[in-house]
Design a binder for this molecule. Structure first.
Ligand code: AP5
Ligand code: MG
Length: 191
């Protein structure tokens, strides 16, 4: 069976940072729906034009858009032992869609790896990244606050969904990048 890990956590928790190390160590394909959407925006596609307005407000794009991206990544990736999903699923509806997509392939979510940090640390980390990466949704504190609110209202309910399925695992995201990485490695090794 392929592995399907979900890297979960609020904006700025370190999902993208940690995903690179995890994907390399465990031979997984890292799929970030945020990066895929920013790629669409950069190429000026029709999808990108629609997504841009929502992303730059700190709102989510429609479920069907990201579900399609994930399914096509599953269909076109070879040579890995599994997938590391970063920023997907982000709503209960997306989590249910993922379960349907995987069960149609006789596969299932392996585990949810959650990186937890407090809201105030979200603001400080993202403000630090703004100058480095130049993301439009990092530029202004009110957008960051809206992303945090979106996380609490639409994404956090997934914790209960995956706890009920016995798949939710959490690490403390406060600490150095290396400390958090080692917590995640230990967690995966114990699974
Ligand atoms: P997305 O790109 O997924 O953004 P996000 O969830 O807001 O998360 P970030 O990428 O901001 O944070 P991260 O956890 O990856 O942190 P990072 O490692 O960069 O989504 C963007 C938008 O796209 C969404 O708002 C939505 O509109 C849309 N979208 C995406 N997926 C969607 C979906 N499934 N459904 C609907 N819409 C969707 O770290 C942050 C900073 O902190 C970096 O500078 C890093 O160097 C630093 N850092 C990391 N770890 C540490 C540490 N331990 N100590 C100190 N600094 C650290
Ligand atoms: Mg990211």
């Amino acid at each position: 069976m392929m592995k399907y890990y979900i890297l979960f956590g609020p904006p700025g928790a370190g999902k993208g940072t940690q995903a690179k190390a995890i994907a390399q160590k465990y031979n997984l394909k890292h799929i970030s729906t945020g990066e895929l959407l920013r790629g669409e925006i950069a190429r000026g596609t029709e999808l990108g034009l629609k997504a841009k307005q929502l992303i730059e407000k700190g709102s989510l794009v429609p479920d069907e858009v990201v579900e399609g991206m994930i399914e096509s990544a599953f269909n076109t990736t070879t040579g890995v032992e599994g997938f590391l999903l970063d920023g997907f699923p982000r709503t209960i509806a997306q989590a249910q869609a993922l379960d349907r997509i995987l069960s149609a392939r006789a596969e299932a979510v392996t585990s949810v790896l959650s990186i937890m940090i407090p809201d105030e640390m979200v603001i400080s980390r993202i403000s630090g990244r703004a100058a480095v990466e130049g993301r439009a949704d990092d530029a202004d504190e009110s957008i960051i606050r809206n992303r945090i609110a979106t996380y609490h209202s639409q994404t956090e309910p997934e914790i209960a969904y995956y706890r009920e399925a016995g798949k939710y695992r959490e690490v403390d995201g406060v600490g150095t990048i290396e400390e958090v990485r080692d917590r995640l490695f230990d967690l995966i090794d114990e699974l």
